[in-house]
Design a protein around this ligand. Structure first.
Ligand code: GLY
Length: 379
């Protein structure tokens, strides 16, 4: 599916990623990285969010991908440490929300898939039950977060649905998949717009499922187009297609991809934080490009030969453009893909803007491994 030049580029990036991972692994043992501090290094779990913070699975996710492609046992040991640390969360429970998929797909599900660890299977099923427990059967959606109105949905949840598909397959029980599909259908109705752009937040009537309002969330404003949210939807619907074979989901993923590609072509293939925001100040979010690239590479696997090149060349264009501009090869610093922002309105002084964010690094790693055929499906 990939040309020699594309593979050569990916080999070069793979070498960078492995060197960076080895160096960071030695420095960050026992830590949960999110973004580098001012000194250039990760500190443990730097937000006020604590162990339950939604990004904490991406570091072990990178380690499992690296373990799978290199066989380096150190990567596996470090990933297993995080998985065990997460066990406390099953006791505290209160701060967990729709992002349990991000957390346990990248820890216990990855472990179970690669090693067959029975305890990891139980952890994954436990997390899947927590996500299923957030389902509102009246409005047919999975509730987002814990604060906010009871009818709140966010586009990010699409990427957590694979833990429900996992549970249905493992238990031979259709309930989990039914919840995932009902939620995806609601997102398709209330969040994806006719032009392929997406809301971040859609607040629904918790009894009827009718749309009430669409607050701005992490994007520029209500009605704008938060780039990472579009990327979550693009990849999330592609994964729902992968797990259900329902062609409607592939079509939705493609329409979001077409909107994404049209906008990327206007900005030299670098992702700004919101597709519908003022031109100045310039706010980049490379993490959106990394997620979208993985989604486009997934779409490419399911379309006819003559269609593949659209998705592959768009993914390669944005991976190349972002790596030319934002890649940090320096092994004396943590973080790989810079130019990321956690939200459009982050304070200029915030360490979560114009930086590397652990999920951007995870999806960059996954994209490179996909091109080399060395990835495994973590989703
Ligand atoms: N809430 C998930 C994200 O920031 O993308």
């Amino acid at each position: 599916m990939f040309t020699t030049n594309q593979k050569t580029w990916a080999e070069e990036m793979y070498a960078v990623i492995n060197k960076k991972l080895e160096a960071t692994c030695a420095r960050a043992a026992g830590k949960l990285p999110f973004y580098p501090e001012k000194d250039g290094f990760y500190k443990d779990n730097p937000t006020n969010g604590g162990l339950h913070w939604w990004t904490n699975g991406f570091w072990p996710g990178m380690l499992w991908q690296a373990y799978n492609s290199t066989g380096n046992e150190n990567f596996r040991t470090r990933a297993e440490e995080v998985e065990e640390r997460f066990d406390d969360l099953f006791n505290t429970f209160s701060n967990l929300h729709h992002d349990v998929g991000f957390m346990w797909l990248h820890t216990s599900a990855a472990n179970y898939r690669l090693t067959g660890n029975a305890r990891s299977r139980v952890r994954t099923l436990h997390a899947a039950n927590l996500l299923a427990g957030r389902y509102n059967p009246l409005g047919k959606f999975i509730r987002a977060w814990n604060a906010g109105p009871p009818g709140r949905t966010i586009v990010d949840t699409m990427m957590n649905l694979p833990i429900l598909y996992f549970a249905s397959k493992e238990l031979n029980d259709p309930r989990f998949e039914a919840i995932a599909r009902n939620h995806a259908d609601t997102v398709a109705r209330v969040t994806v717009r006719a032009d392929g752009s997406c809301n971040h937040i859609s607040d629904l009537d918790p009894v009827t499922g009718d749309i009430l309002e669409t607050p701005a969330g992490q994007g520029y404003a209500s009605g704008s187009s938060w780039t990472r949210g579009n990327a979550w939807a693009l990849y999330g619907f592609a994964l729902s297609y992968l797990h259900t074979s329902d062609l409607r989901y592939l079509g939705i993923s493609k329409s979001i991809a077409h909107y994404f590609i049209a906008n990327l072509a206007l900005s030299d293939w670098i992702t700004h934080a919101d597709f519908r925001s003022p031109k100045k100040p310039v706010k980049y979010d490379s993490s959106a490009a990394m997620i979208a690239a993985c989604g486009m590479l997934e779409i490419a696997k399911h379309v006819d030969e003559h269609e593949k090149s659209l998705y592959i060349s768009a993914a390669m264009n944005t991976l190349n453009a972002c790596s030319d501009k934002f890649l940090c090869k320096d092994t004396e610093k943590d973080g790989i893909m810079f130019g990321a922002s956690s939200l459009y309105h982050a304070q200029e002084s915030s360490l979560e803007t114009d930086t590397s964010l652990i999920y951007g690094d995870y999806f960059f790693t996954e994209a490179v491994l996909r091109i080399l055929g060395k990835d495994f499906l973590i989703w």
